[in-house]
Write a protein that binds this ligand. Structure first.
Ligand SMILES: *[C@@H]1O[C@H](CO)[C@@H](O)[C@H](O)[C@H]1NC(C)=O
Length: 252
């Protein structure tokens, strides 16, 4: 007779003993998961300290590998593709030296080296450089006073080089210049115009030359006039101040 109630009690005891065992397990599990997940996100993502127009700027992909913490180089194109064209910045002409300082900004591409191409009129361009990937400015030398040039900056990596439209495209063209400013605005592409003003010295020389030529001409005219008069006696010389009548010219 005591069998069935004993079994019931045993079952109840097992059931109740299992409940308090299960309850403390659940919070422990959550706690362990939180501790494991906490160190996984590697802090907020930071952009690399990179300015594409800064002279002697270390390339962004080198900053990424060199820094103590990882940083981002957004929009950097694949090294398997030729770089996009750099953007030419200000060109500062020093007329007295026949030189010009050219600045540019890097494209959002891996670049190994840059060089400049300089066109003067027709014919093949002069190349200057190459410059390493950190360089953002260079000096053009030997520019002629009063000369007009087109300069383009070219970027290259192992996959190829960026295009340079050259003077054929008017020096203002670039692939991404759809909304560019008018003719007076800065060029947005890799090319720009360099106009060297004539030297002030050469303007003075020109003025002196023109003056000297005019003086020589008038002296010559006077000498010729008096010699002729002396040689032939000039009895029919008209009174001074009255020249020969001018034939009227039709107004054009
Ligand atoms: C790159 O060129 C500049 C200017 O010539 C120079 O100062 C710099 O040390 C060069 N950098 C490297 C990494 O060669």
């Amino acid at each position: 007779m005591p069998g069935p109630p004993c079994l019931l009690w045993l079952l109840l005891a097992v059931a109740f003993s299992g409940v308090p065992r299960a309850q403390p397990l659940a919070p422990q599990d959550f706690g362990e998961e939180e501790e494991e997940e906490a160190p996984r996100p590697p802090g907020p993502a930071v952009l690399c300290d990179y300015d594409r127009c800064r002279h002697l700027q270390v390339p962004c992909n080198e900053l990424q590998s060199a820094g103590p913490t990882a940083c981002l180089c957004p929009g950097l194109s694949s090294p398997a593709l030729p770089p996009a064209p750099p953007r030419l910045g200000d060109v500062h002409v020093v007329a007295e030296d026949g030189s010009a300082e050219v600045r540019w900004c890097a494209p959002a591409s891996p670049v190994h080296r840059y060089w400049l191409l300089l066109w003067e009129g027709g014919g093949p361009p002069q190349k200057s450089g190459p410059f390493n990937a950190t360089v953002r400015r260079a000096e053009l030398k030997g520019l002629k006073p009063g000369g007009a040039y087109v300069v383009c900056v070219v970027a290259a990596n192992a996959a190829g080089e960026s295009g340079a439209p050259g003077p054929g495209a008017g020096g203002q063209a670039s692939e991404g210049s759809a909304g560019s400013a008018g003719a007076g605005g800065p060029a947005l592409g890799p090319c720009g115009r360099v106009v060297v003003p004539p030297r002030p010295q050469s303007l003075v020389h020109a003025a002196v030359g023109v003056g000297a030529a005019l003086a020589l001409l008038s002296c010559g005219a006077l000498v010729w006039h008096f010699c002729l008069r002396q040689r032939c006696g000039c009895p029919r010389a008209p009174p001074a101040g009255i020249g020969p009548p001018r034939s009227p010219r039709p107004a054009s």
